[in-house]
Design a binder for this molecule. Structure first.
Ligand code: NAP
Length: 488
C-alpha cells in the first residue's frame, strides 16, 4: 500500500563502511541535499579493501581510469593498472575533497542492527547507540579472509599470515618465502617477490588461465595532457570501458565468440611464454578460461620462470614447524609462509547481527545462500540497502561503476521516504523469489558454471553473480520499479 502522506521528512541515514562504496554514498547523499548521515568505519582510515590489502605487488587489474569515480577523474594515475597505495591515496584525497571525513566515526564497527518500530536501532562497537531511518551497508565483498584449513599451519615456526593481513615487520630479503594459492592475489605477490627473496615457492592446487595485459606507464607529458585535455582523458577511459564491455558480455555466455577469443588469448600466452614444457603442462588449466575469475597479468609467466621461483604442484600434506610438507613426502623449508587462500565471499554485511521486522535474523534468511532483490534489498528488512551485495556483477566490470549505479538507484528509494510517500520500503517476497529463480537459470549459462571451483559459486554450485549484460544492469538500476516494493 502506498501512503498518500506528502510530509517532507529528513531521514537519518547510517552508512556502514568507509571504503569505495561508503565514500561514494556520502558524496551522493550530500549532493542530493541530505544532511543527517554518518559513516561508521570499524578501522581508523577510509579506503576499505585498499587499506586492508597491502601485500607486495598489489594493484587493480581494472584499468585505473575506469576504476575511478565518474565525477572525479584522475589525470595523475601513474600506470594503466594502478598500484594499491596509489588507489588508497585517491580514495583518501576524494574523501577529503568532498568533506566526507567529518561524517565518519572511525574505530566504530556495527555489531548489531535491529529494525524496531519502523527504525533501525544500531549499537556500535564502542557501545554508542544510534537510531536511523535508513541503513546502507557498504561493507565490501571480498573482505573477510578465508584461511585454508591446512593441518599444522599454526605450528609453523617462521612468520605466517593471510595475504590481506600482510605483516610488514617481517623481513623478506634473503628469506625462503612460500605462498599458498594461485588466485589474483598470489599471482601479483609472485611477480613482486620472486627476485627480492632468496627462494620463492608457489603452492598451486589449481592452475590458472592468465590473460596478458600491457601495463603502460603514463609519463609526465601524458599526465599533463590528461590534465589539460579532458577529451583525451575521456578517450582513455572509453577504451578501457569498451574492453570491459566485451569482457562482461563474454562471461555471461560460455558459448560466446568473445569468450572463445579470451580463451585463445590465454592459451597463446601460455604456449608462447612458458618455455619449459614440463612447467608449461603444470601451468595448463584443465577447465575453461574465465570459469574462475580470470587473472590479468603482464609478468606472471616471466616471474614463475625466474631462477628463484619454484611452482609446487604436489598437494599440501601439512604445515610443519620448518615448512610445508607435500604429499610426495618432501619438506619445503621456509622462513615465511603467505596464505593467499582468498575470502569468505558470502559474508556481505555479516558478522553484523541484522534483525529485520519481527526480529527475523538475516543469518536465518540467508542460511541457504545470500539473496537480495537486484542484489540491493531484502524482504522484511525495510530501508536496508546493500552496495555490492549478493549476486551482483562483481567481477564482470568495474566495481566503482557498479556502485555508482546502485547508489543512484538507492537514492531514488530513499527519496520515497524523504518525500513522505512511505516510511518503510522493502522488496516484495514474491518479486524477490521470482528474480532469484530467473537469475539462477541465467547464471547456469555463464562461464562460471562450466565446471571449476571458485568463489563465484554458492554451495549448490550456482554462480552467485549477475548473469545478464552490463546494459541490462544499467537499465534496471536507472529507475526502480516501485511496484516491486512493499511501501508502508
Ligand atoms: P581466490 O581467487 O579465492 O584464490 C584462492 C587461492 O587459494 C586459490 O588458488 C585456491 O585454490 C587456493 N586455496 C584455497 N584453499 C586452499 C587449500 N586448502 N590448499 C591449497 N590451496 C588453497 O583469492 P584471491 O587470490 O585473494 O582473490 C580473490 C578475488 O579478489 C579475485 O578473484 C579478484 O576478484 C579479487 N582480486 C582482485 C585483484 C585486482 O587486481 N582487482 C587483486 C587481487 C584480488 P583452488 O583454485 O584450487 O581453489
Amino acid at each position: 500500500m502506498t501512503s498518500s502522506a506528502t510530509t517532507h521528512h529528513e531521514p537519518r541515514i547510517v552508512i556502514i563502511g568507509a571504503g569505495m562504496a561508503g565514500i561514494l554514498t556520502a558524496i551522493k547523499l550530500r549532493e542530493a541535499g541530505y544532511r543527517d548521515y554518518v559513516i561508521y568505519e570499524k578501522t581508523d582510515r577510509v579506503g576499505g579493501t585498499w587499506r586492508e590489502n597491502t601485500y607486495p605487488g598489489i594493484a587493480c587489474d581494472v584499468p585505473a581510469h575506469l576504476y575511478t569515480y565518474s565525477f572525479e577523474p584522475n589525470p595523475e594515475w601513474s600506470h594503466t593498472f594502478a598500484e594499491g597505495p596509489e588507489i588508497q591515496r585517491y580514495f583518501e584525497t576524494v574523501a577529503r575533497k568532498y568533506d566526507v571525513l567529518k561524517h565518519v566515526r572511525f574505530n566504530e564497527g556495527i555489531p548489531t542492527c535491529r529494525f524496531v518500530d519502523g527504525r533501525w536501532h544500531l549499537e556500535t562497537s564502542t557501545g554508542r547507540k544510534d537510531v536511523a531511518d535508513v541503513v546502507v551497508a557498504a561493507t565490501g565483498v571480498l573482505h573477510h579472509p578465508h584461511i585454508a584449513d591446512i593441518p599444522g599451519l599454526s605450528s609453523f615456526k617462521g612468520a605466517w599470515f593471510h595475504s590481506a593481513r600482510w605483516d610488514h615487520s617481517v623481513p623478506l630479503e634473503g628469506k625462503r618465502v612460500g605462498v599458498i594459492g594461485t588466485g589474483s592475489t598470489a599471482i601479483q605477490i609472485t611477480s613482486a617477490l620472486v627476485d627480492k627473496v632468496a627462494r620463492f615457492e608457489l603452492f598451486q592446487r589449481t592452475a590458472q588461465w592468465i590473460m596478458p595485459i600491457e601495463n603502460e606507464t603514463f609519463t609526465d607529458a601524458d599526465k599533463e595532457e590528461f590534465r589539460t585535455n579532458p577529451a583525451r582523458l575521456a578517450a582513455v577511459k572509453k577504451e578501457a570501458d569498451e574492453y570491459f564491455q566485451r569482457f562482461s558480455s563474454a562471461v555471461i555466455d560460455a558459448e560466446s565468440q568473445e569468450m572463445k577469443d579470451i580463451e585463445a588469448a590465454c592459451l597463446a600466452n601460455l604456449e608462447n611464454n612458458v618455455k619449459d614444457p614440463v612447467l608449461r603442462e603444470k601451468l595448463r588449466p584443465n577447465y575453461r578460461a574465465g570459469c574462475k575469475r580470470l587473472i590479468f597479468s603482464s609478468d606472471f609467466y616471466t616471474a614463475i620462470q625466474h631462477p628463484n621461483a619454484r611452482l609446487v604442484t604436489e598437494g599440501i600434506e601439512c604445515v610443519e614447524p620448518g615448512g610445508v610438507r607435500t604429499k610426495d613426502g618432501e619438506l619445503h623449508a621456509l622462513d615465511v609462509l603467505v596464505v593467499a587462500t582468498g575470502f569468505r565471499a558470502d559474508s556481505f554485511i555479516r558478522p553484523t547481527t541484522v534483525l529485520g521486522r519481527n526480529g527475523v535474523n538475516l543469518d536465518d534468511v540467508w542460511s541457504d545462500h545470500p539473496v537480495a532483490y537486484l542484489s540491493i534489498s531484502i524482504p522484511e528488512f525495510p530501508n536496508l540497502f546493500l552496495l555490492n551485495g549478493p549476486n551482483g556483477p562483481v567481477g564482470n566490470f568495474s566495481l566503482i561503476q557498479i556502485a555508482e549505479h546502485q547508489v543512484a538507484y538507492i537514492l531514488q528509494l530513499i527519496e520515497e521516504i524523504r518525500a513522505g510517500r512511505c516510511r518503510e520500503i522493502a522488496p516484495k517476497r514474491e518479486v524477490t523469489r521470482e528474480f532469484e529463480a530467473e537469475r539462477t537459470v541465467a547464471a547456469k549459462k555463464s562461464i562460471w558454471s562450466t565446471g571449476c571451483k571458485s568463489w563465484y559459486l554458492d554451495k549448490h554450485g550456482v554462480p552467485a553473480s549477475w548473469p545478464w549484460s552490463r546494459d541490462r544492469f544499467f537499465e534496471v538500476m536507472a529507475k526502480p520499479e516501485l511496484d516491486a516494493y512493499e511501501r508502508v
